[in-house]
Ligand binder design. Structure first.
Ligand code: SF4
Length: 239
């Protein structure tokens, strides 16, 4: 479990409230910005930071409008329980409008992530200096590219994905059952999710599956390169 007195690695010490003295009192304190997706890892990170009394200035969530209702409810519950605002960041155009323009995101054209990055950057640029706290689990350490200005406390605390989920579940979080048969929770219509997760969508959320079929009519891009939605249905029926 995390150590008390955690110091972010490879970053500035964020606990530097202004000291006495003119130059120092004028210096702006570094803000801690928690990037919160609502998933098990970032939820565990946020709750552990609060437990360890690590100062948090902003908690931000990027709203795509494509989240499962269970995820939205989870975010509202966390917000209420911790008594802190979770700032919902939105791109300057809705994902509906962007979908009409670009169609489904794909491995080569993840426009959704580009909009997410730009929207977050706009927020962080408006709150400089800052450190962004990201909920990468221990096994995701190899994904870390940027270290200056970023903190990965779950990696430093050696918290695995499974431990993060168990920790949240022990606190009573259920996400409306979303993690019962999934390892990760993404946007319900994410073409990059695994075939296993798509099968769950087809089987357990027929309304969303139908919505995908409707969306395909308006997308120049196929939902996936390997299978059409029809082919996926046939495949799932046979399994
Ligand atoms: S989960 Fe998929 S669709 Fe949603 S933002 Fe991420 S890559 Fe895009």
């Amino acid at each position: 479990m995390p150590n008390q007195g955690y110091q972010p690695k490879g970053t500035l010490d964020t606990r530097n409230p202004p000291q006495g003295g003119s130059a120092l009192t004028e210096r702006k304190r570094t803000s801690n910005i928690v990037s919160f997706s609502g998933g098990k890892d970032s939820t565990a990170m946020l709750l552990m930071m609060i437990e360890k009394k690590i100062p948090i200035d902003f908690i931000v969530f990027f709203e795509t409008g494509w989240d499962f209702p269970g995820m939205i409810e989870h975010i509202n519950t966390v917000e209420k329980q911790i008594g802190r605002e979770i700032i919902r960041l939105k791109p300057n155009k809705s994902f509906k409008e962007l979908f009409d323009k670009y169609g489904f995101p794909s491995l080569k054209g993840r426009w959704c992530l580009a909009y997410k990055r730009d929207t977050l950057r706009k927020f962080t640029n408006a709150h400089k200096p800052n450190i962004q706290w990201l909920g990468f689990a221990k096994e995701e350490a190899k994904r870390i590219k940027k270290t200056i200005g970023y903190c990965y406390p779950l990696v430093d605390w050696k918290i695995t994905e499974e431990q993060a989920l168990t920790y949240c579940q022990k606190k009573g979080y259920t996400w409306g059952g979303l993690y019962e048969n999934r390892k990760r929770v993404s946007c319900w219509n994410c073409p990059l999710q695994s075939l296993k997760d798509l099968k769950i969508l087809w089987k357990d959320h027929p309304g969303y599956w139908q919505e995908l079929i409707n969306m395909q009519k308006y997308s120049d891009w196929k939902f996936r390169n390997d299978y059409t939605l029809k082919e996926l249905e046939e495949k799932f029926k046979k399994e």
